[in-house]
Design a binder for this molecule. Sequence first.
Ligand SMILES: [Zn+2]
Length: 279
Amino acid sequence: MLSNVRFGPAGNPLGYRGETVNVCNYIHRRGLDAYEYQATYGVRISKQSALKLKKNSKVNDVRISMHAPYYINLSSNKEDVIERSIQRLIQSAKAAEWMDAYRIVFHPGFYTKYTPKDAMVKLHGAVNILNEKLSSIGVSNYTFAPETTGKKSQLGSLEEIIEICRTHENFTPTIDFAHLHARSGGGIKNKEDYRIIFEKLENELGLKSIHSHFTSIEFTDKGERRHHALFEDDYGPPLEPLLEEIAEVGWNVTVICETPRLDEDALVMQKIYNNIIKN
Ligand SMILES: [Zn+2]
């Protein structure tokens, strides 16, 4: 069976001026087949609109994921911050169920004053509360997808994301390759570096499919600084080796384009990938 590899933008395409509930018409027309709905500044979509978006995605065969609000910190040393973070994830899970988003992407938290180990203990406690609350209100159709993060002050190394997903049901990783690159000071150089990531995910979580983000990225010694368009200057990580690796491992992969050129660059990625599998 051919693997299912999808490409799409993080948020509404640059040239799209219509309503978000109809955005999948435009995405499909452009030849793309994934879309990450951005709730990054708060979950504001109504149930009615979310249901419309779901319908629109189904008729266009566009796979929808949702990016939860940025302001989430499940490992905070302040209880009220954890509480508000849990509330935001509950709102996200409800909206994700309405629109049938197959993943709820979020940045898990910051180490703040904790050691990485202690921050992880805090986070596990918060996730347990989150899951209990969701089950108590009858929300069950959700998959949280904590993302590998780009700043060294953020919880979210590949190993930490694997640990979270191994521990909690309904959790599976979002692999942001640019963030892994930025965190490691430019550690992704070739196909072998990508292969190591895929192997780790398969060995430790038994995965054969992932949700992922890609952009060219500028970084400092603290990690991520800014997203850039594909092939702008020399910013990494390298794109072609990733697409070659995806083609070789044969996984189902959704690649959400997070460059400033969104759908334009998603199409570039898709074109390169299609050339690779043709050969
Ligand atoms: Zn990302």
